[in-house]
Design a protein around this ligand. Structure first.
Ligand SMILES: Cc1ncc(C[n+]2csc(CCOP(=O)(O)OP(=O)(O)O)c2C)c(N)n1
Length: 685
């Protein structure tokens, strides 16, 4: 790739006029406004990525002025097109576009303070920093996965509410790095299979990544790759507005998702650095910035946009308002019941009919006291959830019969058929989790799905982003311990509970019986601003909540399941399948006249959020604490203290019937009682 010379930046035929109402401006000059803002902001911050915004400025200009349906004055208009900057390191491209088109939220001063404390113009524009940012990627590939979820959400909602209310597209700018990441295969192959034709990816085909030419590490024929996944793929000169517009025009009527490889020069306009990896991720330096201004014929001072260019951009920002108003009129004219359903879906509220329905299930389980795997209890809860909450959309990564996430209320979503509520994600945990985030970001749906808990590692980057972006997605993760038995140590989660508990703003819930499972589902659905992982057992567990309570006892994270007879000298704390061992250990001690309490802790994060008073009441400071969990001890110290004991796993599991495994690994009621007695003896000195 050669550097763009001044001659190249003004090559004939590479420009066109863009008409925006009464404004008319050269596409190249509008793009140069993006380039200048990007290089000036990175220069001021002395850090950032000028190359991508400078390379993709022409493509972005054509997209935002001629194709993207948006109204800068109403960033949350439900039927707007979604724009995802998957190559999030090029964040200055997005900030420049939001400022130029007049979104309320990014000012010129914010851009001057790019990457500084308190500026919405963060290094990577994490979701929620400013209106107009749909989502971007810090970790490459995630944005692309999110976009597939958004495009699917659009189709599902269109099938429900009709094209008059839901009729938009999802556009993505993705880079080489996005396409090299494995997640792009997972998400894009499913997009191709499902024929998500309203997904249009503009691939920044600049052949450069951080280490140098992409040829150092990749020789994929990207077009053939995407065609093989069922996409329509083409290549254009990414600096020729007419060619870009023609490709985008053709994309509008595609019956398949579309990839447009835009051949660009990274750092376009920078005399020495253009076309090199030096343009990727550092300030260009004063000399190069001056040179770029000459090459681009952009004689204006830093951060200054000439009036004509500015007014053209502002006109681009308002041209969608007519379409928005027409949509509002259609919404107002919609049959009231359908309109209510649509507005209720977008409100993210859980219908009022849900709470009594789940309470009825809880009462039934307490009365009938079945022995149930919590995954089975989850299936029962899901029958209630999916009946009462139509926004829920289920799925599984090819473990539907094991995760038990599909209910009779859910038809399957398939290629060209989006009138369902259940998605067979195939064996694509990472893509699934990213798509779920995209659906949640889109709005109108509450995605949940399933895999084995041990494979949470395969979707952890997306789980982390759901937590960071404060999005409600619910992951059913079954086979949650050595209790899965014969499949052996590759399938037996050990450190996963601790690892998930370590993610800020994510709830890891491990219910102990059917009643707690129903409660945990209720809590997960109520979380409007955080994701939940439900860790569920493969093996049957007894009902331990024998008396019905309308109150959701799991909501405080931990509670006293069984009080001691007399003062509590020992407190057994357990989650999930080990709660029954805690109850049995308590009985052993009580028979010896030692007061022992059982605390169920389905969610340590929620417990940590309780008042100090509550926490001290549940885990009385004077008592000896013994935690029982068939997993890593990591993280339990803060509940059991220095004088406590942990009964659980110290290494990997093994392949055998689960009852034998519990015995062999010493996770038994007797072991817990003995540990308590030993600690009591020590404490009495
Ligand atoms: C998952 C992940 N790995 C690594 C990085 C660090 N990183 C940021 S950009 C980049 C690659 C840059 O190449 P490309 O995607 O082609 O972007 P361009 O240089 O064209 O801007 C890398 C490795 C990252 N952001 N995410």
């Amino acid at each position: 790739m050669t550097a763009a010379s001044p001659a190249e930046t003004s090559r004939p035929g590479a420009d066109s006029a863009i008409e925006l109402g009464s404004s008319k401006a050269s596409a190249r000059r509008m793009a140069n406004a993006i380039r200048a803002l990007a290089m000036d902001a990175v220069e001021a911050a002395k850090s950032g990525h000028p190359g991508m915004p400078m390379g993709m400025a022409d493509v972005a200009t054509v997209l935002f002025t001629r194709f993207l349906k948006f109204d800068a004055s109403d960033p949350t208009w439900p039927d707007r097109d979604r724009f995802v900057l998957s190559a999030g390191h090029g964040s200055m491209l997005l900030y420049a576009l939001l400022y130029l088109t007049g979104y309320d939220g990014i000012t010129l001063d914010d851009i001057k303070r790019f990457r500084q404390w308190g500026s919405p113009c963060a290094g990577h524009p994490e979701y929620g920093h400013a209106p107009g940012i749909e989502t971007t990627t810090g970790p490459l590939g995630q944005g692309l996965g999110n976009a597939v979820g958004m495009a699917l959400a659009e189709r599902i909602l269109a099938a429900r509410f009709g094209g008059a209310l839901v009729d938009h597209r999802t556009y993505v700018i993705a880079s080489d790095g996005d396409l090299m990441e494995g997640i792009s295969h997972e998400a894009c192959s499913l997009a191709g299979h499902l024929r998500l034709s309203r997904l249009i990816v503009l691939y920044d085909d600049n052949g450069i990544s951080i280490d140098g030419s992409t040829a150092l590490a990749d020789s994929t024929d990207v077009l053939t790759r995407f065609e093989a996944m069922g996409w329509q793929a083409s290549r254009v000169d990414g600096h020729d507005p007419r060619a870009i517009a023609a490709a985008l025009d053709a994309a509008q009527s595609s019956e398949r998702p579309v990839l447009i490889a835009c051949k660009t020069v990274i750092g376009f306009g920078a005399p020495k650095r253009a076309g090199t990896s030096k343009a990727h991720g550092e300030a260009l330096g004063p000399e190069e910035v001056v040179g770029a201004r000459v090459a681009l014929d952009w004689p204006y001072p830093a951060f200054e946009i000439p009036g004509g260019v500015m007014s053209a951009w502002r006109a681009a920002g308002t041209q969608g308002s007519r379409e928005r108003k027409a949509w509002e009129a259609r919404l107002a004219a919609t049959e009231p019941r359908l309109r209510d359903q649509f507005e209720s879906a977008l409100s993210a509220e859980i219908p009022a009919t849900f709470a009594p329905a789940i309470a009825t299930l809880k009462a039934k389980l307490s009365a009938e006291k079945p022995a149930l795997a919590t995954r089975k209890a989850s299936e029962m809860a899901l029958e209630v959830v999916t009946a009462a909450v139509p926004t829920t959309v289920g799925g599984s990564a090819d473990l539907t019969g094991s995760n038990l996430t599909k209910t009779k209320n859910e038809a399957v979503v398939g290629p060209g058929n989006y009138a369902g509520r259940f998605i067979h994600y195939g064996v694509r945990e990472h893509g699934m989790a990213a798509m779920m985030n995209g659906m949640a970001l889109h709005g109108g749906l509450v995605p949940y799905s399933g895999t084995f808990l041990v494979f949470s590692d395969y979707c952890r980057p997306s789980l982390r982003l759901a937590a960071l972006m404060k999005k409600r997605v619910i992951h059913v993760m079954t086979h949650d311990s050595i209790g899965l038995g014969e499949d052996g140590p590759t399938h037996q989660p050990i450190e996963h509970l601790a690892a998930l508990r370590a993610i800020p703003n994510l709830l890891l819930m491990r219910p102990a019986d059917g009643v707690e499972t129903a409660e945990c589902w209720e809590i997960a659905l109520k979380q409007k601003a955080r994701p939940t992982v439900l860790a569920l057992s493969r093996q049957n567990l007894p009902t331990l909540r024998l008396e019905h309570s309308d109150e959701n006892l799991s909501a405080r994270g931990a509670y006293v399941l069984k009080e001691s007879d007399g003062p509590a000298q020992v407190i057994f704390i357990a989650s999930g399948s080990e709660l029954e061992l805690a109850v049995a250990a308590r009985d052993i001690l009580q028979r010896q006249g030692i007061g022992a309490r059982v605390v169920s802790m389905p969610c340590s994060q929620l417990f940590d959020e309780q008042s100090e008073h509550y926490r001290a009441r549940i885990l009385e400071p004077g008592a000896v604490k013994v935690a029982i969990e068939a997993a890593s001890p990591f993280g339990w110290d803060r509940y059991i203290g220095a004088s406590g004991a942990f009964v659980g796993m110290q290494g990997f599991g093994a392949s055998a019937p689960y009852k034998e495994l519990y015995k062999e690994f010493g996770i038994t009621a007797e072991a817990a009682a003995e540990a308590a007695l030993a600690r009591l003896k020590q404490a009495r000195g």
